[in-house]
Design a protein around this ligand. Structure first.
Ligand SMILES: NC(=O)c1ccc[n+]([C@@H]2O[C@H](COP(=O)([O-])OP(=O)(O)OC[C@H]3O[C@@H](n4cnc5c(N)ncnc54)[C@H](O)[C@@H]3O)[C@@H](O)[C@H]2O)c1
Length: 247
């Protein structure tokens, strides 16, 4: 018996990185998975891995910055699975540069995907959770949303927004037995951080008390805890997963 037996989880940005690790962790606990990413084909690997774990998985194309896409995809998920118990708002991007050089377009893209996308997916899925009178939402924020970072003002603002959104949604939906929490990862080894120079990576490592970068599984473990019944009395919280960097 897994803690997620009979539950359906929707994960955005499920093709790789933290999203893929989260899908696999939830599937290992017994959940069936609705896997969403920009293109359906990108999620094929995650879908195959979930199926290897003996769980049901289906892939859906969804750009989280497009409300029409979300309405369509969430309706498809509801039709296919009949319910959604867990929503993991994981899709996110960076477009880093110093504030004085940042284009309006790079600002808008990051805010639209990271922050507006989280709002739109939460709105669409909580309609279903409200009918069920149960649900768990986990948003993937970042420690940068707590402490800021030179060269990431758009990303920092988007993730701080995700944290404030999480706290507000937790208050609005608690009466319907829906919890909302956020994780705030530090430096996690994924394609997103592969892009950083070796110099920057070494500087970051020097500031991590646990002296290693995080893995997608380190984050997925905390997401699964927050999504599960062991966190039944936890809502509106932000849990950092950063090797002790931000306390
Ligand atoms: N890697 C880190 O160090 C780190 C740290 C803190 C927070 N995060 C957050 O974790 C989340 C996952 O990051 P990751 O490191 O796994 O990155 P990643 O780039 O490996 O994966 C992100 C996934 O999101 C998808 N995606 C991007 N834009 C999308 C859109 N508009 N609609 C739907 N899907 C979209 C991508 O296709 C990709 O599959 C992000 O929200 C990121 O901000 C990552």
């Amino acid at each position: 018996m897994g803690q997620f037996d009979g539950k359906v989880a929707l994960v955005t940005g499920a093709a790789r990185g933290i999203g893929q690790a989260t899908a696999l962790k939830l599937a290992a606990g017994g959940a069936d998975l609705a896997l969403c990413d920009l293109q359906k084909e990108w999620v094929a690997e995650t879908e195959a891995k979930v199926k290897e774990l003996g769980r049901r998985a289906e892939s859906f194309a969804m750009n989280v910055a497009e409300s029409g896409d979300i309405t369509r995809a969430v309706a498809e998920v509801e039709k296919a699975f009949g319910r959604i118990d867990i929503l993991v708002n994981n899709a996110g991007i960076t477009k880093d540069t110093l504030m004085m050089r940042m284009s309006e377009e790079d600002w808008d893209n990051v805010i639209n995907i990271n922050l507006k996308g989280t709002f739109l997916c939460t709105k669409a899925v909580s309609r279903i959770m409200m009918k069920q009178r149960s649900g768990a939402i986990v948003n993937v924020a970042s420690i940068i949303g707590l402490i800021g970072n030179a060269g990431q003002c758009n990303y920092a603002a988007s993730k701080a927004g995700v944290i404030a959104l999480t706290k507000s949604v937790a208050k609005e939906l608690a009466a319907r037995n829906i919890r909302a929490n956020a994780v705030a990862p530090g430096f996690i080894q994924t394609k997103m951080t592969d892009a950083l120079t070796e110099d920057i990576k070494q500087q970051m490592l020097a500031n991590i008390p646990l002296k290693r970068f995080g893995s997608p599984e380190d984050v997925a473990n905390v997401i699964a805890f927050l999504a599960g019944d062991e966190a039944a009395y936890v809502s509106g919280q932000v849990v950092t997963v950063c090797g002790g960097m931000v306390t």
